[in-house]
Write a protein that binds this ligand. Structure first.
Ligand code: TYM
Length: 332
């Protein structure tokens, strides 16, 4: 059976981008594959959260994983830092990750541009740690959104380079995965690119947002004065809302509003109202379970403990074998 590995950083509440890009696929994959789903708390250290915030957000991601339907009986759910072997593998793999290729990573370049005062080494070597998350369990399928595609390419580069350097056939190639034919990129409500916290709160619909909050955010989403000519291309902000509708609404609802747009008969108020109602419906099953699970400390602790045990077993085996391949054998 193929092994699936993926994670989400513990940076706060999960939004629709995380859900459609990653989490919804996690849930579907657990019936078919050997799955490891973790909370990437080490990756979130690049932005220096306070210890209190870190604790809170890690717990929150566990809760939202469970609320979305990841079943700890089928999948291994664990917190990345509970498996310190990954940090050891990261040290070894950093020895053959080169500065030039790390600097060329799009996500790194974006971070340098948006936050030039915090270009730390952890940010630079983010792709090495991510590769190790996958390689440590010999994962071959990695459910992620479009923005992670390059990191998967780098994972293959690092694994293959290790194999060549030590003349072994040890690490397998891992590929980004989505059930749809393309990797998903969920746009935000602020009229810019993909949905993300860095574009501000108003850009994101969180899985934990109440119905009223969802409606308010959608009604306030960036739009324009409406089309002035039939069949004119949609400006980015409008295209984003249509893309969101494609994800959460029925096909005929989308076709109906697309036709209204193309014939210059669309009323954005009606369009947004429909989009908001369909978002409320799409998120309802997760939202209703978040509160319920969040109150159960014992269950959350049990899931994390069990997951840490299972993930550690797999990770220990890999690190032991890697040490042998490298030549780090004990003299005593
Ligand atoms: P993070 O926390 O930034 O994102 C978690 C997942 O959500 C997806 N995602 C989106 N997908 C579509 N549209 C969006 N607007 C959107 N926003 C976020 C991301 O593609 C990702 O799948 N580096 C990873 C965390 C990680 C990881 C790993 C993933 C660390 N190690 C090993 C897989 C395997 C990340 O992007 O986290």
């Amino acid at each position: 059976m193929e092994t699936v590995v993926s994670g989400i950083r513990s940076t706060g509440k999960l939004h629709l981008g995380n859900y459609y890009g990653a989490l919804s696929n996690f849930v579907k994959m657990q019936d078919e594959y050997n799955c490891f789903f973790f909370i990437a708390d080490l990756h979130s250290l690049t932005t220096h959260p306070t210890p209190q915030d870190l604790q809170k957000t890690v717990r929150n991601v566990v809760v939202e994983y469970l609320a979305a339907g990841i079943d700890p009986e089928k999948s291994t759910i664990y917190v990345q830092s509970d498996v310190p072997e990954v940090a050891e593998l990261y040290l070894y793999m950093n020895m053959n990750a080169y500065l030039g290729e790390l600097e060329r990573a799009t996500a790194f370049k974006d971070k340098v541009r948006s936050n030039p005062d915090n270009v730390n080494a952890g940010l630079l070597t983010y792709p090495t740690l991510m590769a190790c998350d996958i390689l440590i369990h010999h994962g071959t399928k990695v459910p992620v959104g479009k923005d992670q595609e390059q990191h998967l390419e780098m994972t293959r580069t690092f694994g293959n380079r290790f194999n060549r350097l030590y003349d072994v056939d040890y690490f397998k190639e891992a590929f980004a995965f989505s059930y749809s034919d393309k990797l998903v990129k969920i746009p935000g409500l602020a009229g810019q690119g993909k949905m993300g916290k860095s574009n501000g709160e108003a850009d994101c619909i969180y899985l934990s947002d109440s119905e009223a909050v969802i409606r308010k955010k959608v009604m306030r989403a960036v739009s324009d004065g409406g089309p002035t000519e039939e069949n004119q291309p949609k400006p980015d902000a409008i295209q984003n809302l249509f893309d969101l509708m494609k994800v959460v609404s029925a096909e005929d609802t989308y076709a109906h509003f697309d036709n209204l747009y193309n014939t210059c008969n669309i009323r954005y108020g009606d369009f947004k109202k429909q989009l908001a109602e369909d978002m409320v419906l799409a998120t309802e099953p997760v939202r209703s379970r978040i509160e319920f699970i969040a109150g159960d400390d014992e269950y959350i602790a049990k899931v994390a403990r069990l997951g840490a045990e299972k993930a550690s077993e797999s990770a220990r085996k890999t690190v032991k074998e890697v040490r042998e391949i490298i030549g780090l054998k004990k003299l005593f």
